[in-house]
Ligand binder design. Sequence first.
Ligand code: FAD
Ligand code: NAD
Length: 475
Amino acid sequence: MHVPVVVLGGGPGGYAAAFLAADLGMQVALVERDERLGGTCLLRGCIPSKALLHVGRVLSEAREMKEWGIQFERPTLNLDALRARKDKVIAALTGGLGQLAQRRNVTVVHGTARFTNSTTLEVTPAAAGGASQRITFEHCILASGSRPARIPAFDIGSPRVMDSTGALELADVPDSLLVVGGGYIGLEMGTVYAELGSKVSVVELTDTLLPGADRDLVKPLQKRLAGLLAAIMLRTKVVTIEDTGTSVRVSFEGPEGPSVQEFSRVLIAVGRRPNSDGIGLENTKVIIDAKGFIGVDGQQRTADPHILAIGDVCGEPMLAHRASHQGKVAVEALHGEPALFAPRAIPAVVFTDPEIAWAGLTENDVAASGRVVEISKYPWAASGRAHALGRTDGLTKILIDPETDIVLGVGIVGPGAGELIAEGVLAIEMGCSARDLMEAIHPHPTLGETVGFSAENYFGVATEIYRPRSETTPR
Ligand code: FAD
Ligand code: NAD
């Protein structure tokens, strides 16, 4: 088969690219080794984890209704039904992608692809005995994604030691679970298992959960997790992991010295690695860095003029919306448009309870760069809606350029932060000033108001916060 454009990988980067290419009139083939389209995000990432987090959230809200005089009976868990409901969500979405591909005349080829040179892929079907296929192309958009990082010492071949894919399968609700890694996956999946009834402990190598997020955003989450989880062990190293036949024995080295504990299961969530190996890139001119990421320019073009790369395989942050956006940039570039991947803000959301979300400049960035910014914070204790929800633990903050009042960054912690951050993304991308945010009428009573109120607080005029004016208060 010869096609002008082939996309390798059917995740949120790959299918977004293939669909746009078809929409723009290109003849396109999409190669995916899985039987279903959707990639990590849909089949074993974003969507199943959020479906399970939804369940966890309902359980915690039902529990907290006690404070409001409503008491539910202790919930019973039908694990088969829960798994089936989660799988139904995935099936609906992946089925939809298959239909969309068909309607757009995207040729979907199922099999594992490998470059034999800069313009040829060899695709081996998953089914034994099937003949491999050669696809030649003018351009390939490589969207092969990433996989869980493995630590050889913990790779003991035990069914009790899982990665995120295993954890999402939800084989059981173990009595106790050790989560290695206090990042996105560790805290999201740790929350799910804790809400379902496991005694969850998290061990994190650094001195904080979510090292990439600002400290003031992590604080309310850590406080709540301290009540939900059995233990949070920071600055602690897992030294050995051993399957005893009935449990997993883990030895630690932490601030209080060495210790040993047993757990029913262990989840390893220590990051992800790009799928840039084993696909024949040595037969092309593509350049790969020391971490395995593919080097690309602002139009997602690699060092090989026939190959572009998008999504997790070409760097951090490994997020679905970044992958899709890059997919569109790559296709627009091939279509001859002046496309450029140069976002001012790629939002990040950790879907824990409370959620943490940020976009644009963070306080961590400021500390690293020494840039002068004003930071205006609005504690949710001042928000009527937060009180009505019984969730005053949130915080909304805006990072502002004091010279121009332009909004450079937004950070939010609290329930629904992932939805609220969209306003921050738009403000940063549009070059809004704090005054724009302050003067835009936000609906009352909503948590979204806290974005406008943070801007009011910058000018020292937030209705619900008294801040004495000084010489330096902006006008
Ligand atoms: P992928 O989604 O990894 O897709 C790559 C595809 O390429 C796969 O389908 C793979 O089978 C295929 N492929 C690879 N090699 C070959 C080959 N040789 N031949 C044929 N096919 C091949 N991100 C968010 O933004 N929000 C979230 O809430 C979120 N939650 C997550 C939760 C978990 C548990 C995990 C693991 C990840 C989560 N992510 C989330 C990250 C997100 O899943 C990734 O950033 C996103 O899927 C990257 O998209 P991609 O298209 O680059 O790659
Ligand atoms: P992560 O990078 O978010 O977190 C890994 C954590 O493990 C870090 O805090 C790190 O310090 C710690 N760590 C590393 N080695 C360790 C060790 N030996 N012992 C203890 N701790 C160790 O990685 P992740 O949680 O595996 O997630 C991978 C990626 O998937 C994320 O970075 C993100 O890009 C994506 N993801 C996104 C979402 C979302 O958008 N909501 C959800 C899940 C995953």
